[in-house]
Design a protein around this ligand. Structure first.
Ligand code: CTP
Ligand code: MG
Length: 224
């Protein structure tokens, strides 16, 4: 099975509030985007396309391996993945069987997670996501913040990346998606096309770096 990786790295990182795009922020001396590309490589995905902000192509090229292919991302994550997906198949080359879409913002994802996703795809799943259980009591509040309901959490899951897809299934789902649609992940794109999404165990270390506290926690992990 030939799988190509996509790293969504074209966000600005407003909530992190750094002096550069979030994916270029350093963690243990390596840019977040480099961690994400290295995880895909170590997990068995050699060929990687990275969606980057239009104004920062050179800065991204400087921190990435020479064989990573860079494309200009879009205004939303959905648009960025759509742009990268268009670059996944090279002219005069056979189309890959599978695509794994990973967030640059999940730098410490262990390569084992990549391997589990690849195994599920090889076993025939058209779409697979790594997930973790919800451990906190989870409630619904009204507009005033008053609890109106408790949600049984036994079947709730938190969804991580990399998410894996049959390339043809993902490309078809993006083709069907309205041009301005904005979904928070790629599993939602294929689900909108009626594709079943299966799950494999995720990993707490695949946590997303969103705010400064998350980066501080990640720094503690790499310092050990
Ligand atoms: N992303 C992207 N293109 C966008 C927006 C986001 O490729 N237009 C990527 C980010 O680079 C990140 C991932 O999608 O790796 C998850 O998004 P998020 O954590 O929200 O990152 P940002 O959008 O950069 O952060 P913020 O929402 O705080 O601005
Ligand atoms: Mg965002």
């Amino acid at each position: 099975m030939h799988a190509v990786g996509i790293v969504a790295a074209a966000g600005s990182g407003l909530r992190l509030g750094a002096d550069r795009p979030k994916a270029l922020v350093g963690l243990g001396g390596r840019a977040l985007v480099r961690w994400a590309v290295d995880t895909l490589h170590e997990g068995g995905v050699a060929d990687v396309v990275v969606a980057v902000p239009a104004n920062d192509l050179a800065a991204f090229a400087a921190v990435l391996p020479a064989d990573a292919r860079l494309v200009v991302g879009g205004a939303t994550r959905t648009a960025s993945v759509r742009a990268a997906l268009a670059a996944v198949t090279l002219p005069a080359r056979p189309a890959p069987d599978a695509v794994l879409v990973h967030d640059a913002a999940r730098p410490l994802t262990p390569p084992d997670v990549v391997a589990r996703v690849l195994t599920a795809l090889a076993d025939g799943a058209p779409a697979v996501v790594p997930v973790l259980p919800v451990v906190d009591t989870t409630v619904v509040v009204d507009g005033d913040g008053v609890v109106v309901d408790a949600v049984p959490r036994g079947r709730l899951r938190r969804v991580q990346t990399p998410q894996g897809f049959s390339r043809a299934v993902l490309a078809d789902a993006y083709d069907r998606l309205p041009a301005d649609a904005e979904l928070t992940d790629d599993a939602a794109v294929v689900r909108a096309a009626g594709v079943p999404v299966t799950t494999v165990p995720g990993d707490e270390r695949a946590a997303k770096v969103t705010v400064a506290h998350d980066l501080a926690l990640a720094e503690l992990q790499v310092a050990r």
